[in-house]
Design a protein around this ligand. Structure first.
Ligand code: ZN
Length: 184
């Protein structure tokens, strides 16, 4: 893989990211946008091997009524189906938000060697924020982790989701008040 050092515009760190990485992160962000439109927490993930998308999906916990339907889990399952096996060797997973412990567990099980994510998740992140499981030598698999790639855009998607949620709650409160008034 062509690995060039590029200054990440957001965190100022020198990271091993390529233009290709930025392109795939845009694909993950587009998945996050779809999630937002569907009323899901807007997180997108893409699994790529040798310049080819194996799977791209987004969080579906609400629609699927499934607490495990995180973007990474769905993309990993689909990618394994495409490859015809559970080992996702020589792949990179791009995800808009730092993976949680469950998803990091799935990344280890799938033997994914490289993880690129956007925004940090200080409340649930297991790729450096709360835990750094992917680089814990006690596990039989470790991955290269690159964070903060298009992190601002990824975090902005989340902000839009929670702003919509608050607005809806406030609208709900107002309409109840109106009903009460008309009844009175
Ligand atoms: Zn997760």
């Amino acid at each position: 893989m062509m690995a060039i050092l590029k200054r990440c515009e957001e965190n100022g760190n020198l990271e091993r990211i390529t233009d290709e990485d930025l392109g795939w992160m845009r694909v993950a962000l587009a998945q996050g946008e779809v999630a937002l439109e569907e009323g899901e927490v807007p997180i997108g993930a893409v699994v790529v091997k040798e310049g080819r998308v194996l799977a791209a999906d987004h969080n579906r916990t609400e629609g699927d009524r499934d607490p495990t339907a995180h973007a990474e889990i769905l993309a990993i399952r689909e990618a394994a189906g495409v490859l015809g096996g559970w080992r996702l060797l020589e792949t990179t997973i791009y995800v808009t938000v730092e993976p949680c412990p469950m998803c990091v567990g799935a990344i280890i099980q799938a033997r994914i060697p490289r993880v690129v994510f956007g925004a940090d998740d200080p409340k649930a992140g297991a790729a450096g924020s709360l835990y750094n499981i992917l680089q814990d030598r006690r596990f039989n698999h470790r991955a290269e982790v690159v964070g903060g790639i298009m992190g601002k855009a990824s975090a902005e998607l989340l902000r839009r989701f929670f702003r919509n949620l608050r607005d809806r709650r406030q609208d709900g409160g107002n309409s109840t008040d109106k009903e009460t008034c008309s009844e009175g």
